[in-house]
Design a protein around this ligand. Structure first.
Ligand SMILES: NC(=O)c1ccc[n+]([C@@H]2O[C@H](COP(=O)([O-])OP(=O)(O)OC[C@H]3O[C@@H](n4cnc5c(N)ncnc54)[C@H](O)[C@@H]3O)[C@@H](O)[C@H]2O)c1
Length: 383
């Protein structure tokens, strides 16, 4: 029988209750308490989960020796101090995205977790979604050829944040997905944006990231759009993928289209681009709740000493990009270099589960990163 792990969730606002719901019903996990400074929020959650204790004091959780792990779903400014206190109290720690407000804060948390032999995991939920896993599998199988660029749009009306801009709020999801698909971090980026509603807090931004081999990624983030949009297009040299996370079915469509230059031509009259228009194919994707998979993975990492797919290191790479985007915004979109990003060791670190300095070979064969799903290749001839 697996060891029963005792977990508590801090922050019962918009997102925390989703963690609570999942952790409450997972086997081999006991959700001991839910913590929020708001009595109202706790009262509401106690009506849903009367058997789970409600706490207004974070310190009470820190001092509770029964609690093995804490999941922190408060606003970003609390992530670093709370995660630090949690690790110092000897608890495995899950932090919602973005991991912290700076790479310096992230580095300190990573070092602390490493020294204390504790699991530190970040809530980059989309890496646990079946659609993103499928895209990664298709790209890694080279079924769309070489990636040329990725564009992502994450738009909606609100929710306006007071302490972070729209890039820090919405783009962490796209950044984590893009780094995962590209398999490396960018060497440079630039970001432009405007603050229309709250002075000094950009509500519409556009970020360009530049990767090796002439690849790039564009992320548009907005709190000022009438429609909710969650779309990503991955353009390959052979085929292209459109991922619509809001589509109830057929979240991924693969377009068998490409453009080629003629290999040889002597006169301008002979020059013609070759446009290939083929079929559109939508692979079957079994729907599982990504957050449930993420919570299961956190527990698995604790039990088996596995480095999480979305480890502190991965969380820090996202924060490094967010920091650079803020620097670029201040310079009206000037490019910002990301030192060290072209270092193959750093680039490899985004998707390898074995390269963290504190890894002691504890990667279990059961982790998704260690055992990629069987190849589901796109049929050569579409049905
Ligand atoms: N993974 C995802 O898909 C996803 C989705 C949405 C939000 N998030 C992340 O979840 C985190 C929380 O976002 P949210 O929208 O739920 O914020 P929120 O403001 O709705 O909730 C935060 C809660 O934390 C509580 N809180 C503040 N200080 C506290 C303290 N000292 N002790 C205990 N509780 C305290 C607040 O009272 C509030 O109820 C953010 O980091 C956000 O980026 C992740």
């Amino acid at each position: 029988m697996k060891k029963l792990l005792t977990v508590s969730v801090v922050g019962c606002g918009y997102w925390g209750p989703n963690l609570i719901r999942n952790l409450r019903f997972l086997p081999d996990c006991r959700l001991k308490s839910m913590c929020d400074v708001s009595e109202d929020r706790l009262r509401h959650l106690r009506t849903l989960y009367p058997e789970v204790a409600g706490e207004t004091s974070f310190d009470t959780l820190l001092q509770d020796a029964e609690i093995d792990a804490l999941a922190i779903a408060t606003s970003v400014k609390h992530h670093y101090p709370m995660a630090k206190a949690s690790l110092l109290a000897g608890k495995h720690t899950f932090i919602e995205k973005p991991m912290a407000r700076s790479t310096a804060e992230c580095a300190e948390l990573i070092e602390l977790a490493q020294k204390r032999g504790l699991i530190l995991m970040v809530g980059h939920t989309f890496l646990y979604s079946p659609a993103v896993k499928k895209i990664k599998e298709i790209v890694d199988n080279h079924d769309i050829g070489d990636i040329r660029y990725i564009s992502a749009r994450r738009l909606n009306l609100g929710l306006f944040q007071k302490d972070i801009n729209v890039t820090w709020d919405l783009a962490p999801h796209d950044i984590s997905i893009i780094l995962h698909i590209m398999g490396e971090t960018p060497y440079s980026l630039n970001c432009r944006g405007e603050a229309h509603i709250t002075p000094g807090i950009e509500d519409v931004t556009s970020m360009n990231m530049h990767f090796s081999k002439q690849r790039s990624a564009l992320i548009q983030s907005s709190w000022l759009d009438p429609r909710k949009v969650r779309e990503m297009t991955i353009v390959g040299s052979e085929r292209m993928i459109v991922y619509d996370d809001l589509a109830p079915q057929e979240k991924i469509k693969i377009f068998d289209v490409r453009v080629e230059r003629p290999p040889h031509y002597d006169t301008f009259a002979e020059f013609h681009y070759a446009y290939h228009y083929g079929d559109i194919y939508s692979p079957y994707i079994k729907q599982d709740e990504p957050l449930k998979t993420e919570c299961l993975h956190f527990l698995d990492c604790i039990r088996n000493g596995i480095i999480p797919i979305t480890s502190g290191q991965k969380g820090m790479e996202v924060v490094r990009i967010l920091e650079a985007s803020s620097d670029s915004l201040k310079m009206k979109g000037a490019p910002v270099d990301l030192p060290g990003a072209q270092n193959p060791a750093v680039a490899k670190g985004w998707f390898s589960n074995t390269d963290a300095p504190w890894n002691n070979g504890g990667v279990s064969a059961g982790t998704p990163a260690a055992t990629p799903a069987p190849a589901g290749r796109i049929p050569e001839k579409l049905p």
